[in-house]
Design a protein. Sequence first.
Length: 159
Amino acid sequence: MSNLVEFFEHNSWANQRLLEHCARLPPKALETTAPGTYGSIIETLRHLAGAEERYLSYLEDRPHRKELWEKAALGLPRLQETALDRARRWRELLAVEPDPEAVITRRKPDGSEDRLTTRTCLVQAIHHGNDHRTHVCTVLGAAGLEVPDLDAWHFYGED
């Protein structure tokens, strides 16, 4: 397995594990936030899912699915379902070893366009996932709630 595939396998695993953890929380806990984070737990999970969907849509060169936009009021069951779908799509995308220097044209809702490389989009997806999973874990810890282990030690079962 290439390093790139492993990074995305961990990313998908960590997303799924965090969603499973949050699904066991009382519903009110999902509205909790902490200073310096993106927002509430549920807002952050929705943002994470919506952004990852957007990155995949750029790389797959297909329209962003509007029902998964960041501001969609998706509940945890739907977020978990879409996380599994994105994990599958990442595997399929990476199986063909995309050219890191290929240029992607992003079409924005206002009709404008910009360009970035596949490499930029892939690195952003990993960075963004780590960043916002950390936000959720910060909120959990600040609220005195259990924080899941999402690191490589636990991913590889070497904890």
